[in-house]
Design a protein around this ligand. Structure first.
Ligand SMILES: *Cc1c(COP(=O)(O)O)cnc(C)c1O
Length: 392
């Protein structure tokens, strides 16, 4: 029996009902619309990596609980990846932790590092799990809003500095940034790093789109700035980089004390995960550079197709330099409410998108923005563009 006087969902989670993705994906199914809402690819990752997973299952590697920190082959491959791409050296035994996707890494980091009452600063709009995990940890989220400026969403460094108080525990940074497609510049990252050092803050940085940067943008891990290695928990994942979002293989790199703290939380969340997939991702991370550059070039062409099509359909387009999302402004089309716009779009145009407002505390700041994903086959994107052009 449950008490009818008391809601079932606890107070920490009460504000997080169901995600918008469930509603929009159901709408896509009901209307037969093209789903550019949720960000998952419609083709699977490299065949040799999928074959490696099959082999691991057949050969009995990872079918039983793998080691808590992750299988040594994968931890070694993660350390090699950080060294190869960024010149960062991490000890596979004491500074690398495998997680159930970046999602678990984010949860474990926040649950481990945040005390009730601590403030956590996050860039708004933010990935939807950030707010829920800060709440689960008993922390208070303090959003710093990225604002449109000359075609991209920009971080206001003064606003970030002003948001820091004596209760601030950590900065939760995401670059390349979902949903805006902004990639923080070297100068912006240097300023974030200086602030973290000056105010003695921890930094958790979500870099799952590290290989999806376009034009003159460059992904530079925050951990590579002076004074940052010892205070930064770097999170990434195989899901986006290898188009294998269902495998849920993610990881953390951090200095030993930080890593040990995060592992303490992780061991009671999932303990371990995805044994055979860990061996396969170890092989994926060792793919030649041309895999990564070809993947990026493919997504850049898809960005161009969708961004150009959206602009021709009358949307205001914030051309992303990272991730596989385009954030649009619906005001040029005569609309102001992105939630209402997205609810109507499947019927009106046969396309599903996501209203950015759901990623904001300051909902009014996100109201006119709508996100489209371009990690889809070219023919699907071309069809979506054709449908959207009929809107105008
Ligand atoms: C997709 C995504 C994640 C989750 O990654 P998983 O490895 O699937 O758990 C985390 N952060 C951002 C910004 C994402 O877009």
């Amino acid at each position: 029996m449950t008490s009818s006087a008391r809601p079932l969902l606890n107070r920490r989670l009460a504000e997080f009902g169901t995600t918008i993705f469930a509603e929009m994906s159901a709408l896509a199914v009901r209307t037969g619309a093209i789903n550019l809402g949720q960000g998952f690819p419609d083709t699977d990752g490299p065949e040799e990596v999928r074959e490696a997973a099959v082999r691991a299952v057949r050969d009995g590697r990872g079918n039983q609980y793998p080691p808590g920190p992750g299988v040594p082959e994968l931890r070694t491959a993660i350390a090699a990846h950080q060294r190869h791409w960024y010149g960062l050296s991490y000890d596979p035994d004491t500074e690398v932790l495998v997680t159930a996707g970046a999602t678990e890494a984010i949860a474990a980091a926040l649950l481990a590092l945040v005390e009730p009452g601590d403030e956590v600063i996050a860039l708004e709009p933010y990935y939807d799990s950030y707010a829920a995990c800060v709440a689960l940890a008993g922390g208070t989220r303090v959003p710093v809003t990225l604002r449109p400026h000359e075609g991209k969403f920009r971080l206001d460094l003064d606003e970030l500095r002003d948001a820091v108080t004596d209760r601030t525990r950590l900065l939760l940074i995401n670059t390349p940034h979902n949903p805006t497609g902004t990639v923080l510049t070297r100068a912006e990252l240097a300023a974030v790093a200086e602030l973290a050092v000056a105010r003695d803050l921890l930094v958790v940085t979500d870099e799952v789109y590290e290989h999806l940067v376009y034009d003159d943008a460059e992904h530079i891990p925050l951990a590579s700035f002076p004074g940052m290695r010892e205070r930064t928990v770097t999170i990434s994942s195989s899901g986006k980089t290898f188009s294998l979002t269902g495998w849920k293989v993610g990881w953390i790199t951090a200095a030993p004390a930080l890593l040990t703290a995060v592992r303490s939380a992780k061991q009671y969340l999932t303990y371990v995960s995805a044994g055979p997939f860990q061996y396969a991702i170890a092989e994926a991370l060792a793919l030649p550079d041309r895999y990564f550059t070809a993947f990026r070039d493919d997504l850049r062409a898809k960005r161009d197709l969708l961004a150009t099509g959206l602009a021709e359909a009358g949307f205001g387009v914030h051309r992303p330099t990272g991730t596989y999302f385009v954030t649009t402004d619906i005001r040029p089309l005569g609309h102001t409410d992105g939630v209402a716009f997205c609810r109507a779009l499947p019927e009106r145009a046969g396309v599903v998108a996501v209203p950015n407002a759901v990623f904001y505390d300051h909902r009014e700041a996100g109201a006119p923005f709508v996100r489209f994903a371009f990690c889809k086959r070219t023919a699907v994107l071309a069809d979506a563009v054709r449908r959207l052009k009929a809107l105008g």
